[in-house]
Design a protein around this ligand. Structure first.
Ligand code: ADP
Ligand code: TRP
Length: 319
């Protein structure tokens, strides 16, 4: 299995990013090939401040390492440190039908959110296809919203292979069941753009405050409640042990308790869940040279593989 995934450095990671995407990276990092990268070229479509993009990219790398990505097992790098990707991007873009990209919902969503209508946003899935195909990736762990992009990548690869012969390996998306949607503080999908997120590395005090302010319904305490339809319970389920979760579910069904109690249990569970990552992150902050070294070793390894695939593609299409 050859695993690859990328994460955009567009802000600090929240619980949705972790349970929807990053936790899968960690689970799969022991594969025969596992490549993870910070998609700074993709972020260029939305971030216009150079210092911010640079800082975010480095932060995102530290976040992944702190959350358990192990450079002994996985290859971690910054997307733009593999310039072969940009060359492959053009080769793929040249043969991609407009209609394929016009069907992509993430482009339409971003435009609907008021982001400037730039060509990079439109062609975004092609660059993503270059990322995936450049390393002969077979499995792409992603959140649900990215499935369409992996499908587009398959379409692009198939069309190229059809025209020029078997050059690219067709990848498959891998989505966690729990990744469907981690709810935010308002019960809607947790997202940076909805302002309802809780960051993983947020200082403990403000994090607990946010948890205590999670919206709940106003049914009386005595009522029995169905845990499965309650977003607070969905969040607790992510952090609690099996026995804690079963006990909490019983309390919901029995009624006679307050949401404050659940929130406190959630805050305790979340705090201890991320404590080791918090400590690792502090250590990495003390040692940025080590992070730079991991990234440059990762890029060298990724480039070797990408150069091989790019050479194959160039030969096939006559460049
Ligand atoms: P945001 O919606 O906050 O901008 P991104 O689009 O940057 O998040 O998401 C990065 C990754 O995290 C994607 O793979 C996405 O599927 C996953 N993800 C983000 N929010 C959630 C969520 N609430 N539940 C599950 N997965 C999520
Ligand atoms: N588009 C992905 C996101 O926004 C990030 C990404 C870029 C990616 N290239 C990729 C994910 C290649 C998987 C594979 O989350």
């Amino acid at each position: 299995m050859k695993v690859l995934s990328g994460i955009q450095p567009t802000g600090r990671p929240h619980w949705g990013n972790y349970f929807g995407a990053v936790s899968q990276y960690i689970e799969l990092q022991g594969a025969e090939q596992s490549f993870f990268f910070i998609a700074n070229l993709h972020a260029l479509t939305t971030i216009r401040d150079a210092d911010q993009l640079r800082q975010n990219s480095f932060d995102a790398a530290m976040d992944l390492l702190a959350l358990g990505l192990d450079p002994e097992q996985a290859t971690l790098f910054i997307q733009s440190d593999v310039p072969e990707i940009s060359e492959l991007n053009w080769i793929l873009l040249s043969g991609t039908p407009m209609g394929l990209l016009e069907r992509c919902v993430s482009y339409k969503d971003k435009i609907a959110k008021g982001l400037p209508v730039v060509s990079g946003l439109f062609a975004y899935p092609v660059l993503q296809a270059a990322d995936i195909l450049a390393y002969d990736s077979t499995v792409v762990p992603v959140g649900e919203d990215q499935i369409q992009h992996v499908e587009v990548c398959r379409d692009i690869a198939q069309a190229f292979n059809h025209t020029y012969g078997e050059v690219f390996v067709l990848p498959k998306a891998k989505v966690l069941d729990t990744s469907a949607k981690v709810p935010g503080t308002d019960g809607e999908k947790m997202s940076k753009s909805y302002g309802n997120f809780i960051e993983i590395f947020e200082p403990v005090k403000p994090m607990r405050k946010k948890i205590m302010r999670i919206a709940t319904d106003s049914r009386p305490m005595e009522d029995s409640k169905d845990p499965e339809t309650d977003h607070l319970f969905q969040l607790f389920k992510l952090f609690g042990s099996d026995s804690q979760v079963a006990e909490m579910a019983d309390k919901y069904r029995a009624g006679g308790f307050g949401y404050g109690e659940v929130k406190k249990a959630l805050a305790d569970a979340a705090e201890s869940y991320f404590e080791p990552a918090r400590q690792r992150r502090e250590q990495l902050e003390q040692n940025p040279d080590r992070v730079h070294q991991i990234l440059s070793d990762g890029a060298a390894k990724a480039r070797r593989k990408a150069a091989e695939v790019l050479a194959r593609a160039k030969k096939a299409c006559g460049i």
